[in-house]
Design a protein. Sequence first.
Lengths: 626, 552
Amino acid sequence: MAESISVAQNSHGNDHGHDSVHDHEHRDNFVTKYIFSQDHKTIAKQFLFTGIAMAVIGLFMSLIFRLQLAYPGESMPFLESIIGKWGSDGILDPNFYLALVTMHGTIMVFFVLTAGLSGTFSNFLIPLQIGARDMASGFLNMLSYWFFFTSCVVMLISLFVTSGPAGGGWTIYPPLSALPQANPGSGLGMDLWLASMAIFIVSSLLGSINYIVTILNLRTRGMSMTRLPLTIWAFFVTAVLGVLSFPVLLSAALLLLMDRNFGTSFFLSDIYIGGEALSNEGGSPILFQHLFWFLGHPEVYIVILPALGIASEVISTMSRKPIFGYRAMIGSILAIGTLSFVVWAHHMYVTGMNPWLGTVFMLLTLIIAVPSAVKAFNYITTLWQGNLKFSPAMLFSIGLVSLFVSGGVTGIFLGNAAIDIPLHDTYFVVAHFHLVMGSSAAFGFFAGVYHWFPKMFGRMMDHRLGVAHFWVTFLSVYLVFFPMHFMGMGGMPRRYYTFSEFQFTNFEIYLDLSEFITIAAILGVFGQFIFLGNFLISIFRGKVASANPWNANSLEWTTPASPGHGNWPGAIPDVHRWPYDYSHPGGKKDYIPQHIPDDDPDWFIDVPAKPAAPKKTPASPTPTEA
Amino acid sequence: MIIRAISAESTKARRSPIREARNVLFAILSFLVLLVVQQDLKAADAANGGVLFKANCARCHSGNLQVNSTGPALYGIFERVPSREWLYPWIKNSAAVIETGDEYAVKVWEDNNKSPMQAMPHLTDENIDDILAWIEAWAPEEKQETASDVKMFGEDEGLSSMRNAIILLVLVVVSLLGFIVFQVARLRGIDFFAGVNWDKLNARLFLGFFIVGLIGVVWSTRIFYDYFLFDNAASEHGIEIDSLFWITMAVVMMVFVFTNAILFFFAYRYGKDGGRKAKFYPENNKLEMIWTVVPAIVLTILVIFGIRTWGNVMGTPDDEDTLLVEVSGEQWGWNLRYAGDDRKLGDIDVRLIQGANILGVDVTDERTADDFISNELVLKKGQRVDLKIRSRDVLHSVYLPHFRVKMDAVPGMDTRFHFVPNQTTEEYRGYLKSKPQYAVVDTILQIEKRNIDVVNGDTIETIENVVDTVYHYEVFDFELACTEVCGRGHFSMRKVIKVLEPEAWDAWYDSIKVNNMAANLGYVPAENAKPDANDGELANLVGAPAKQSILE
């Protein structure tokens, strides 16, 4: 199948007869069509469903530890029925509290916002938006999903081992994560965590390589790099970041596995624990942190860039305006991608790293705020004098920009090493990254689902439920995470089971605030059921969608309402323009799809009906009409 | 609060006032008096024990003795342990007891994830007596008599929070019902939202969200303002960090409000009425330049400030008079070792940890002899303190919120943080007096005052109840906390920090320095050390090259 696709790819546009082969090529049985499918759209949906399932698990974990923070020491007997021995007498075990925090972070960052977001939309949109029949390698793509699925299963299995899942925080810093004596979560649970992450990285690498190759090689005729939708640029840079940074985490994970199981001392030195001095000598826990954050920081851009790409596409389409500063947007994606590799040590200002390094990383970290600011202002300028259509996707995209700004500006505090001294590892950090990375990326995910749902399932999601979902979510995100800044500015450390042990944190108002946040979080989780219901019901019962329900320009909307295998029943369209010709002064309608040539009298006002010689369209978004 | 409870108990033993039977009852009376006196004595002990418990034990053992925390619940401990005497060596150094192979000790150790209780070598037998007395006196249904009209610090509001949970549940149920009603109505063809202009509604909601949100930000900031740390730092460099914080805050708030304002305003302005013609406005290089260059300049200025402050904080100090203190983290507590008169800390090696040598100090190192361990970090106002930070098991982080100090404790690598405390604990308490959260009553002490008067040859005794009110700021202490996740007891790694005036500090220092390593562990000068098989190995271990300091 892969060969026939690539043949079709090479010969598209001049061999309609060959392309139509795809219509009657279905030799698929249930297994090859829905389970071990090599079709990028099916794989995207598999990522989507798995990602949503993991998100539900991660959200509920957060609810359990939020309840502990709101009502510390109060017996909640239902806990015992949910988590068994970890909640005996209705009191959450402090070890399991840490395990929940760890697993919530791991699941959300990697399984939901990396694989769930990138996996879904890179797979779904790359071939459709660049004009390809499928990914460069459908087989690798299938492997990528099944490695991801396996890693999910392994991670979930670790929830059920006797000593509990990993509990050293999602950053799994050794020696805590290396020594089972130090923490029950560093037993079998940690080995499973590392195994799961290794499998996950394989999945991510297979996916990323495929995305890069597909974007570079399989673009349809006329689709130059400067005519790519910004989603594709975002997915492309994301994939490059993944390919370059995930292997470093893999090596760190392998070294940690060896420290744990084979007596090496990469990260261990001078340790006395459980009543004995260990023989490990000469290792450095700081080395692990460098390795971890060399992935860890690009990782946050791996999470946020696809969301920003989706927002670019949705905001432009729904404002009926070109995205403002297309090339500046590409430039800022590239700048963010590049800089993301040289800012990792800003997570380590107070780890005992040489303070001179701190000054370098401070400089580089604050520089990265510049391209981020460019993106935010470009989004806002795109709204200016637009004709806004508040589809749920548009609502979530505007919400994303707001969260990205509100969460991003607090990075200016944290990126500054001197101010980071009192704020490091406090709730201020929790507030910062949940707004700028967690919630923003989740909003990008929702925007993507609402926007491309018609292309995925051939039906529309309910608009009103989408609006309700947005407002409940937007409100609860701000109510949950904004007050956390106050806790951080009061000095409250993160990952604390309770705050009653210290005078400076033991104030009634913080308990009240914790309770407030928990209630807002419950509200937010409740709001996600609106989405879940809407999503599941609309798959079967939603209004049937037209091929291009948003009047959008990019190529995926030229396919049928529910594209089959090979995406286009006929030839793949050629591309004649950039994807953001909305409200073009020379156009008859307020959009001109990418495949429309400049001399098409159906789309342009002042085009003579005579067939003109094909001319080269400038890549730059110059209006054709003076 | 602890004291109050016990004194309340003692009032039960009040004498009978029947005067006619005075002579008859004299014997009984004196017995009762004796009882009261005894109880009072015991109460004093137990009260002191309560304080000691809070300072030493509470980080692992819950103050509610029936609740398991990091350490096991201590209620009924006397029925469990082999003997009361057994507890003394155990509390002082449990690891040493475990090493002897004591059956019960090993069992306790195994029951608690094989993590031994933190050693408390600084506690005297009398201290332990007091703590045990307090534990003995503790009762589960502790009735606390408080003046109900006084707002008490930390009064339990558990019931009201459960009430809120119930309200929330009701809300959830109501909205679910509403949703069902709505759906049923929809199936029957009734549409509540038929006339709604969704674009207009969303546009207005965006504007409303911004306005209400902004009011909410201002309102909540006012509430929490008194709780912010970034005011009156207790260290010299902290003041610099605070001013940088507020400069950044000014910039950030402007960006935050302005950017969100135009975002939501545009959403409102261009979304409220559909069908307008959008402006084809793909790019403007001048605008792009503005929002590239302006943030770049602002950030550069902040970076310059930041680098300067960071350099001041992290740079090598040039003070001549520096107090060297080692803070070593372990699961889950801190040990503080002062360098003593020679201002040098003796070498340390985890392989030497054994018995009373809980830190693994090298007793053959001459610098060790005058080192001493303190239970509290006591600092001299105005004197630079150089914290040498280490850990013996996993990562911890030394966090002194009021001093704007934070530095990880890394096993195998010493880290440093130096700072100058600029005010005493007393002075800081005076500052806190103006904060509403500290100007509340912390404890009401009911003290029984016994007056004995001799009138006409008769001894008349009266007992007077004196109420002493202690405000929360009066018991405030600087604290040391852990900010790097380190396992189960991460949330409870507390140490008290005291800053004293120079004279008071000198007095404290002179009183504590006699209890030094030489006194506790014995000092074996290296040249006199008996040569044995381990000697060569030991010499290699001392000053092992794995250690590095960030300041060297």
